[in-house]
Ligand binder design. Sequence first.
Ligand SMILES: [Zn+2]
Length: 229
Amino acid sequence: MLKCPYCQVEISTRTEVCPLCHAKLSDAGNTREDMKKTELAYPKRGKLPFLSGNLFDKIYLLFWFAFTAVFVLTESLLTGHARICWVVSSLMLYLYLLLRITLRGGSYFPQKITAHAVLLSVVVYTFSGVLPEPIVIFEFILPAVYLVSLLAICVFIAINYKHPDRYLLNIISIGLLSALPFLIVMLTDSHANPIMSAVTLSIGVSAIAVTVIFKARHIVNELKRKFHV
Ligand SMILES: [Zn+2]
């Protein structure tokens, strides 16, 4: 039994602060021995090993491995060098890490993704001065980032289908961001390749359209909640 040296209350379960006066118990009065002898209030939480593969891990990683192998082989055979396959493969791995960390990490995943996409845009834009052809950022890099972010949020909503409303604004913000690379490519460089950014634009716009058509009322409610109207 532990005893609080300040208010003299007896505490029957192991704790580090007195439940009555909130004084730290290990400071005075009680030794480590006393602490050890007293029963824990709650059973200790077992550690979760990082790679304790569940079904999702096994399926995704197997698919990723097979996909990468086939892609590398095909690209090397067809073009003589393997380049695009590594980009796609690392994007898939990146998506996996994002999902993996947050499947155990709880909610607010779409918010994290949205913030991540915005941050990545800033980082990439900052580095654009270093590249010999900065337009490549708007041709390929940012469209890919937004596409992956949008996909990740949709997968998350599909898994958490009980409360999709909270994440609608994230879809809309990423959808709006998706239009940016295409506009920049169109406005700045007439020789640029617009295919990737156009694909991202159309997927972003359709995501916004689907969200607005099916969830217009919820979006208004979310906006009111966010801005306390
Ligand atoms: Zn006390």
